[in-house]
Design a protein around this ligand. Sequence first.
Ligand code: SAH
Length: 342
Amino acid sequence: MIRSLKNLSYEEMQQWAVDEGFAPYTGRQLFEWLFRHFLEDPAEMHNIKKEIRSRIAGYGPLRLLELLRHKNSGGSGTEKFLFQCLDGNALESVLIRSGKRVTLCVSSQIGCAMNCSFCRTADMGFIRNLSAAEIIEQFIQVKKASNEKISNVVFMGMGEPFNNFEQSIRAAIVLNHEKGPQIAARHITLSTSGIVPKIREFAHLPYQFKLAISLNASTNRVRDKLMPVNHRYPLEQLLDAAKYYSDTTRRRITFEYVLIRDVNDSEQDAAELKRLLRHIPCKLNVIPFNETGASFQRPDEKDIERFIGDLENAVFPVTLRLSGGRGINAACGQLYHEVLKT
Ligand code: SAH
């Protein structure tokens, strides 16, 4: 992992200052310069003494991502950003505008080890975890490039955040920090393919971050095929952990359900979902599959409507996400490839 002061928490930055022989408030000032004002050049940190600035400069890089490409989706309000890390790897973030809400979708890993059969990220294999600093840097660089007031952050880009738990949570804590970007904890969502022990651990964090679970199937048979993680943590265990999370935190879970033609879009699937989720405070977000050239297809509009109709009397709310990223292939899971191709 590349050493950078941007990997340090508020408390650790104060400790760093003390260890360097300076006052703790120097660490607090540094945190604000980095995460509130987004400075990258210690020379601009005018309230920090020159000798300290040179220590900051000597510690490691403060700019961790270079914007390689930036793509607009012509009207839908969605923008895709391709970045290069200092080690040459590329990663992507997506900015999604919807009404007053401006959501940034960040990557937590380069590639992914989950190997979901419908997801393009799986084709890359797993390359490496991102550091907390690289996750936060996506926010900082998108903010600088777009000048938007980002209200929400979702960990739904490349990677499985619960396989990079510590760095993902570290990044979320800084994004939420009152001396940093101040994204409300309830506006930060971590999305998992279903790493059961980490869902339980997440339930006990003293932060109100939200949880999303990519469900994507109503039976073990289909989920096994779509998401190999289901062999390890089958639906019963996953839903137990989800119930545990909502009982412990009193927060509602979002289940994501990528709707794939003739795979998980039957009336029977809708009935089974209503049964499976009836005791869990949740909402169900149905995402019609974004075709990637793979063997799966998006259902017709009438089948999407029929599926939503079948869920009408569910005890939980159901939303349909008509992906803003469709036009630019910015659906999570199909980042990266497209940009490199074009
Ligand atoms: N690994 C985490 C975080 C990635 S989120 C997780 O699985 O939750 C990526 C989301 O995009 C997941 O809900 C996934 O099911 C969905 N997704 C992946 N490929 C897609 C595609 N082609 N069309 C629509 N949604 C897709």
